[in-house]
Design a protein. Structure first.
Length: 518
């Protein structure tokens, strides 16, 4: 008769075997390609020694194929709990060393369990994607169409969890078919800039069989493509380690769920620190180009700014920073790229980030310097108007504290994307260099005087400019601006104001949800 000790020893031996995934040969093969294993990735993400795996013993459902005759621990997925900076998280990671990390019924169930558990416990979840897509044996096996946790369940669980707990998807290898959907359903999506990292719904071989056109994996799914062209990737890392560390950093700015406030952090940066150099960044006549990143790093705690989608729509900057330890979402125009103009890409990028912050109780600070919306036929074809409405909708919808600081220009309808008091903004401030115009100067001049600019007395033009376009005094006189501040005091003014409005409460009509103009 087998003793309890013998049974325990046998299972512990089997556990060690299963924890090798596809075995040492498979691990060596991954390392030869420069890739980490699923468990190595998890260990880098979570605090040392904090990972507790569940469902290690899971095996693929029997499909009648030869693949069933071998051990496939966890059905090519590692799942469990861990901690990041002492805070609990749920994690899943495809194990490419087992059947190429391909998706199948049991694996779907495990991934859904991670998401559903995260919602139930009120903690974030992180998914690490490295999969060849749907497992053919499972797709055509006895479970095809049986309803046993199919791919659609992943979409359901991730959609239900959206806005309840933070979610991050990390594409660290292959991502085809079903696994190419899941990153888009997460709040944030990071990729590694390596030759083995691709994401597309179909492979080049499948596309050729349908379209008869030859494409490369890079052309349809390279990480840099999704960072620079599609705008899907929020962060492009040089290595897997960089991506995993950035995911840890992002979690530090987020609460565990939508019912909590973001964690405060003592950054040891003086909240009343002044910066005399800020005034020199922007010229009074607006003819000096500057990079808004420098303004951001000068005013936030320790100069630390976690930017999202930095390779996409660089004329709009979005990301997280801290002001006196408080997690804050930054939305800023960047005059150094396309003159800070608002185009459809910038509006879409802004709208998504605003909703991200609003979902998780993170206040927003808008730094404004834009000539307004671009006027191009190509932009119209891409539905600039709808994207502009998307940004305005998101801004009005957000109930978190919202502060607007006008640094340079804000012409015409630019305010509709960057915020006004009538859009639920709690405070509107301006630097002396701000130039806020609800209408074009020359057009206004000619409309008032009824003749062309060249026919108007220069003295009248000067007086007209002083009366209506002497920004920011005119907007302040019209109650469009609450205060004109000294640039050197920007940090302390923002911190003090955020402290005042931190308990903001907004009551909205009861409804299921609004209908964002996607």
């Amino acid at each position: 008769m087998t003793s309890a000790r013998q049974k325990t020893e046998e299972l512990e031996k089997l556990r060690k075997q299963y924890e090798l995934g596809g075995g040492q040969k498979a691990i060596d093969k991954l390392h030869a390609k420069g890739k980490l294993t699923a468990r190595e990735r998890i260990e880098l993400l979570v605090d040392p020694g904090s990972f507790r795996e569940f469902n290690l013993w899971a095996q693929p459902t029997r499909t009648g194929f030869d693949v069933d005759l071998r051990d496939n621990p966890g059905d090519a997925m590692v799942t469990g709990y861990g901690q990041v900076d002492g805070r609990p998280v749920c994690v899943y990671a495809h194990d490419f060393g087992i059947l190429g990390g391909t998706q199948a019924s049991v694996q779907y169930w495990k991934a859904c369990k991670v998401m559903d558990t995260a919602v139930r416990l009120g903690i974030p979840y992180i998914g690490m994607v490295d999969s060849g897509g749907v497992r053919i044996q499972d797709a055509f096996g006895i479970n095809a169409g049986s309803g046993v946790s199919r791919n659609a369940d992943l979409w359901y669980s991730s959609s239900v969890s959206s806005g309840v707990v933070p979610s991050i998807s990390l594409a660290l290898g292959a991502s085809y078919a079903g696994t190419a959907y899941s990153p888009f359903l997460a709040d944030a999506f990071f990729m590694v800039d390596k030759p083995y990292c691709h994401m597309s719904l179909a492979s080049p071989e499948l596309l050729k069989s349908v379209t008869f056109q030859e494409v490369t994996r890079d052309e349809i799914g390279a990480a840099r493509l999704h960072a620079e062209v599609t705008g899907s990737c929020d962060y492009l890392g040089e290595s897997e380690e960089a991506v995993l560390l950035r995911a840890r950093e992002l979690l530090g700015y987020l609460p565990s769920n939508c019912r909590e406030q973001p964690p405060m952090l003592d950054t040891a940066d003086d909240p009343h620190r002044v910066d005399e150099g800020l005034i020199d960044l922007v010229s009074g006549d607006g003819d000096k180009t500057y990079d808004m990143h420098e303004v951001i790093t000068r005013i936030v705690d320790g100069g630390k700014f976690l930017e999202l989608k930095s390779e996409y729509a660089g004329n709009m900057i979005v990301g997280f920073a801290r002001l006196d330890g408080r997690s804050t979402g930054i939305v800023a125009n960047n005059p150094a790229v396309l003159d800070g103009v608002l185009d459809y890409r910038a509006c879409e990028k802004e709208a998504r980030f605003i909703r991200y912050c609003d979902a998780f109780n993170i206040p927003l600070v808008f730094l404004v310097d834009t000539p307004g919306f671009v006027s191009e036929q190509g932009q119209v074809y891409e539905s600039l108007e709808r994207h502009a409405a998307m940004a305005s909708y998101a801004l009005c919808e957000a109930t978190v504290p919202k502060l607007v600081l006008h640094i340079g220009r804000c012409f015409n309808n630019g305010q509709m994307a960057m915020g006004t008091r009538l859009m639920g903004v709690d405070a509107v401030m301006a630097w002396p260099t701000a130039d806020i115009r609800v209408a074009d100067f020359d057009e206004s001049l000619e409309a008032v005087f009824g003749k062309g600019k060249e026919d108007i007395d220069p003295v009248d033009i000067k007086q007209f400019s002083k009366s209506y376009f002497d920004s920011p005094k005119c907007p302040a006189a019209l109650l469009m601006v609450d205060d004109i501040i000294n640039p050197k005091d920007t940090r302390s003014v923002l911190i003090d104001t955020l402290g005042i409005v931190k308990n903001k409460a907004v009551t909205r009509p009861d409804k299921k949800h609004g209908n964002l103009p996607f």
